[in-house]
Design a protein around this ligand. Sequence first.
Ligand code: ZN
Length: 271
Amino acid sequence: MRIYISADMEGVNGVVLREHIDPSCKEYDIARQWMTAEVNAAVEGAVAAGATDVVVNDSHHHMANLLVDKLHPAARLVCGPGKPFSMVQDLDDSFAAAFFIGYHAKFGTPTAVQDHIFAYSQYHGVWINTIAVGELGLNAGMAGHFGVPVALVSGDKAVCEEARALNKKIHTVAVKEGRGRHNALCYPFTQTVAAIRAESEKAARNAKTIAPVRFDPPLILKVQFQKVELADYASLLPSSKRMDAFTLCCEVDDYAQLYRSFLAFTKLGRV
Ligand SMILES: [Zn+2]
């Protein structure tokens, strides 16, 4: 059994500050240790359930946050910026399940820690076939494209609710409750690490009973930028259509193309 883990940082227990997620800040050094501890707990649970291969994709910022020398020996690590499939690089149909660790809610979620999608101040919203998605929904759709269920999500309470709204059978571990965008009630760290390990084992065992998240064709991606000039730049993507000053859309044939179109919008539509 192969298990795929996409690991983000904003949803890790203790992470509340911008400084925690910014490699140029001193607070970041401890946060990447917390992130590594949570990922290791997920790997450990997967191995206990019989996983023979665990691929971990570092999915935050420059995507070189996890401490490779401290990573569980059963895990192989995909890391570094510019990966063609970003937060879901190396995910394919050979995996029994995908786990999303350290995830955060989509932009516009109240009492969610660091809600956003990809860049921090770029999008107001992203929709697939009129369904509002954050990183969780976008990446879950890519797993679904390969027939792979998202079986486990960890992060703050808000992203766990977002996961259950996608599929109520997804296992979730809330490690903190946002009180605002940069504050939270954090649960005891050792308990949340133990909970990730336990739910990971259950999620890997139950993976077959969880339906993959699928978006039906025709697939329409709609993105709304926070600034008009960002939409101007992103409209360079030839397949895009301008809907209003802030909003672009494109229709695509398959989900991999949708994902790549989103990455193109994100790359083009920045200052
Ligand atoms: Zn993220």
